[in-house]
Design a protein. Structure first.
Length: 60
C-alpha cells in the first residue's frame, strides 16, 4: 500500500477477501490522501462466511 500511495495514481481499485486487511489498508490510503468513493461486496462462495469486497479510492 505504501508503494501505491508513493506513486500517487488518481484511482485505486482494491480487491479484498479479508475485511480486517481492507480496513487497515483503507485507513492507510485515507491517511495518504485518498478517499473511499464506493465499495461493493460479492458473495462468491454462497453458504459460507466469505465475502469478497471491491473498493474504489480516489486521490484528493
Amino acid at each position: 500500500v505504501k508503494q501505491m500511495i508513493a506513486k500517487k495514481p488518481r484511482t485505486i481499485v482494491y480487491v479484498s477477501c479479508d475485511p480486517a486487511s481492507l480496513a487497515r489498508d483503507a485507513r492507510a490510503l485515507e491517511e495518504g490522501g485518498y478517499h473511499l468513493n464506493h465499495i461493493v461486496g460479492f458473495d462468491l462462495f454462497p453458504m459460507t462466511q466469505h465475502v469478497e469486497c471491491v473498493a474504489r479510492f480516489s486521490l484528493g
